[in-house]
Design a protein around this ligand. Structure first.
Ligand SMILES: [Zn+2]
Length: 141
């Protein structure tokens, strides 16, 4: 745990570390990027991303925020600067360090559905429908 619990300072350190780790993404971050599970919600301002995770779908604001439990508990709660792999995966794809860009065009209503499904139920059926044309799970590499 860091001694400095100032959230703004922790977020600044977090952004730096996300950027650093995204230079050479490893492990789950690499796998998520390479298997097309890092998805840009096209047209959103600021840009929102979804990482289709192992347990759930997480909403990511690049370098800043992730809706996963690690982020909520460790980063916001304990002011740690160790990013979750979702933040690293998004940054790696965004900067062309891993994987390829997968983007979905969603209507305003679909965006609202994606966000509420991901945040409230953990998995977005709407996102899967837009990506895969059904409720199918993404292919794993
Ligand atoms: Zn996360």
């Amino acid at each position: 745990m860091q001694e400095d619990k100032d959230p703004a300072e922790a977020l600044r350190r977090l952004a730096e570390r996300v950027r650093r780790e995204s230079e050479n993404p490893r492990g789950k971050a690499w796998e998520a990027a390479e298997s097309g599970r890092v998805v840009l919600l096209a047209g959103t301002r600021p840009r929102l991303w979804v990482v289709i995770g192992e347990e759930a779908d997480y909403i990511v604001l690049p370098g800043t925020y992730c809706s996963c439990p690690h982020f909520m508990i460790r980063v916001l709660g304990e002011a740690e600067d160790k990013p979750c792999y979702h933040l690293v995966a998004v940054e790696a794809v965004r900067r062309g360090r891993a994987g390829r860009l997968v983007a979905v065009d969603a209507t305003t209503d679909e965006l609202a559905d994606i966000l509420s499904e991901a945040l409230l139920t953990g998995r977005s059926r709407t996102l899967r429908r837009l990506l895969y044309g059904g409720d199918a799970e993404p292919r794993r590499s």
